[in-house]
Design a protein around this ligand. Structure first.
Ligand SMILES: [Fe+2]
Length: 230
């Protein structure tokens, strides 16, 4: 499996704060059948903002360290970008990272306070990028209709593995199952800050059983090939 959403890169956000923890997370990922991990630290203006250069430097060091540890997981870099009005300029100026240097941009929004997700996605698409919306089940105000129109406008959709397994409760589980059933979901990922690696394997089994192996292969592995991750 490929995990496209993780906070494993140390020292850059609220995820791992040591190499030891990061190595442990990757080793556990490998035990649960994950072979590729995209490190997607938060870009959150005023909190973890303007840190893209540091993120790149930390990634280069970390990638070498992972190889030295002989951990059988390939790591790639991305960024989970909390959307605000300034992100367009940042994107234009190369201040933000895409998935593995592709044209796919990973977008995050406030969970409770309304953001016009469809409008952000539309504008980013117009700039020549493809928006990937992080954990859509978490946005309280995101309606089923908006989700469909997002998808029709060319956005890709990620949900969290622990929502599929039911760890976050019935409402999240219902939302992600309905979205998978309607063919709206492109990725299931851990969003690990520490732990949660086992959730991807559990979610894979659930999706394969309920929606078929072909769907599971796409959501947990194949669709990530779009980011040149094989
Ligand atoms: Fe995240």
């Amino acid at each position: 499996m490929t995990d496209i959403h993780s906070h494993i890169l140390p020292f850059v956000d609220d995820g791992s704060d040591s190499y030891e923890k990061s190595f442990e997370m990757l080793k556990r990922a490998a035990e649960y059948g994950i072979t590729n991990v995209v490190l997607t630290p938060h870009f959150k203006r005023g909190v973890y903002g303007n840190n893209t250069e540091k993120v790149k430097q930390e990634f280069e060091k970390f990638q070498i360290a992972v190889k030295e540890q002989n951990i059988p997981v390939k790591v790639y870099l991305g960024q989970e970008i909390l959307c605000d009005s300034k992100i367009y300029e940042d994107l234009k100026n190369g201040n933000l990272l895409t998935f593995n240097d592709s044209k796919y941009v990973f977008l995050d929004f406030d969970y409770f306070e309304y953001s016009d997700i469809a409008d952000f996605a539309y504008n980013i698409k117009a700039m020549g990028y493809i928006p990937v919306i992080a954990h859509i089940e978490r946005y309280k105000y995101l309606s089923a209709n908006t989700l469909i129109s997002l998808k029709n406008d060319g956005a890709l959709i990620q949900v969290n593995a622990a929502s599929v397994t039911g760890k976050y409760g019935r409402a999240f589980k219902k939302k992600v199952f309905a979205a998978i059933k309607s063919g709206l979901v492109d990725f299931v990922a851990t969003d690990t800050h520490y732990g949660r690696q086992e959730s991807l394997e559990q979610a894979y089994k659930i999706v394969a059983k309920r929606f078929g192996k072909e769907t599971a292969e796409k959501l947990f592995l194949k669709n990530a090939e779009k980011f040149n991750i094989i």
